[in-house]
Design a protein around this ligand. Sequence first.
Ligand code: MG
Ligand code: MG
Ligand code: MG
Length: 309
Amino acid sequence: MMVIRMNEVYVTGHKNPDTDAICSAIAYADFKRRIGEENVVAVRCGDINPETRYVLDKFSLPEPEFLSDATDRRLILVDHNEFDQSVKNIEKAQILEILDHHKINFRYPEPIYFLSKPLGSTSTIIAERYFEKKIDLERDIAGALLSAILSDTVVFRSKTTTERDREVAEKLARIADIGNMEEFGIELKKAKSSLKGLTASEIILSDFKDFNFNRNRVGIGQIEIVDSEEIERRRRELINGLEELRREKGYKLVVLMVTNIMERSSELLAVGDISKIEKAFGKSVKENSVYLNVMSRKKEVVPPLERVF
Ligand code: MG
Ligand code: MG
Ligand code: MG
C-alpha cells in the first residue's frame, strides 16, 4: 500500500506507462528536489513494461510507487495532458504543472505552468531544464532520460525525432557512459519486443491510448517488434483480443500498430469502423490488417484518423 503524504506533490506519466512516462516522472521529481522542492515524488499509474524494467535495472533506479487514485492529490503531469489518459479521478486533483510533447487537449480553471514542446520525448524537455539551470545530472538520471529519448524516438527512426533530441541524447550518453546509442537503443527495444508469455490482452494494452475523436471513443495501441515471426503466428489471436476489447468498452474503433523497427513500417490491426482507417490512409483493410509506411502514432496515425472523424 502506498503511504499518502498530504503535502507531497506527485509527478505522474500516463496510464499504461512507457519508458518516457516513467523516466520523465523520475527525472522531473529529481530535478524539483535538486532546485529545492523537497516534497516532490515520482509515481506511476500503471505497470512497468519490460523495456522500462530493463532501464530501471540497468541504472539501478527504484520503481516509482503506484498511485491508484488522484482524488485531492497535488499533481504534476508528464508525457500526457489528456484526462482520458491519466490517473483515476484526475478531475478531482489539483494540477500544478504539465510537461509534455503531445497534442494539447486540456482545459483548466486556473493558470498553471504548462511546458509543451514538439520534441521527440518529454525526457528531452526535462533534460533541457537541467541544462538551463546548470544542474549536474547524475549518471542514473542521465541514463533514464537517454533511454526514454531512444525509446520514444524508436532509436531516432521515428518522424517525431528532432535535431534537439539527438543533441540532448549525445550529451546524456556521455554522462551515462553509453558509448554506442544505436546499440543500446536496439537492446532496449529487444527487451520490450518479446511477446512470449504475454496474453493477447497484455500485448494490446502494453502501450494503449484512449482518444476521443468528435465524441467517438477510439483506442490505439502500439507494439514494437524487431522481427515479424511471432506476430505472424499470433495475428488472429490479437485481432480477436481487439474485438473483445472493442465490445467490452464500446469503442468505435480499436487499432493495434505493430511497428517493425528494422523495416521502419507498421502493420495496423483494426476492428470496428475500419472504413475510417481506409479513408484516413487511402488503403483498403484486408482481414483487419493494413501495412503503412509509418512509425509514429502521435504524428502519423492520430492526426489523419482524427480528421476523418
Ligand atoms: Mg508516453
Ligand atoms: Mg513521450
Ligand atoms: Mg510512445
